[in-house]
Design a protein around this ligand. Structure first.
Ligand code: APR
Length: 163
């Protein structure tokens, strides 16, 4: 099933939370910063060994001090107006994160709203992409959570999931 939750993804006791990372995988602001703070310094020591991550791809790490068992780090597209393949890269972030989750026996997974913060992706379009890939993978997971930081984002997910 797909569930919408409003809150801090670092608090979710699921098999995997997805991180909206950057290509270095060495941490940053936003949800990336929150995940690294909550996981502790071992996370960066681990992700340093992964050799970075290309936009649209996803790599897994342990969750360390997080309640989640794993973190799946994905790198979303930076929004440049929509004619540079941003939609395909964002779709790939969700698909690759699900694929990596399946490879690691993950049954419950939570996503933040990838690329809709610092990377500036328009929220309505990004949510439509996220929901469509979540629906495609829904049968293969016990629970898929869209973890929205704001009430506004949660409302948008609920509206588009109901369509
Ligand atoms: N829990 C859940 N969602 C969160 C949290 C949190 N603790 N903190 C922020 N968010 C939400 C934001 O409100 C936004 O909706 O995550 C979404 C993604 O925003 P960003 O974290 O800014 O990620 P993104 O837009 O993909 O930009 C990635 O920002 O932090 C840097 O290193 C990161 O360079 C990368 C870039």
């Amino acid at each position: 099933m797909i569930r919408v939750v409003q809150g801090d993804i670092t608090r979710l006791a699921v098999d995997a939370i997805v991180n909206a990372a950057n290509e270095t995988l060495l941490g940053g602001g936003g949800v990336d910063g929150a995940i690294h703070r909550a996981a502790g310094p071992e996370l960066k020591a681990y992700t340093r060994t992964l050799g970075g991550c290309r936009p649209g791809d996803a790599k897994i790490s342990p969750g360390f001090r997080l309640p989640a068992r794993f973190v799946i780090h994905t790198v979303g597209p930076v929004w440049h107006g929509g004619d540079q393949g941003e939609a395909e890269v964002l779709r790939s972030c969700y698909r690759r994160s699900f694929e990596v989750a399946l490879e690691n026996g993950v049954r419950t997974i939570a996503f933040p709203a990838i690329s809709t913060g610092v990377y500036g992706y328009p929220k309505e379009a990004a949510t439509r992409i996220a929901v469509s890939v979540m629906r495609a993978f829904e049968p293969r997971f016990d629970e898929i959570i869209a973890c929205c930081f704001s009430a506004d984002d949660a409302e948008r997910y609920r509206r588009l999931l109901a369509e």
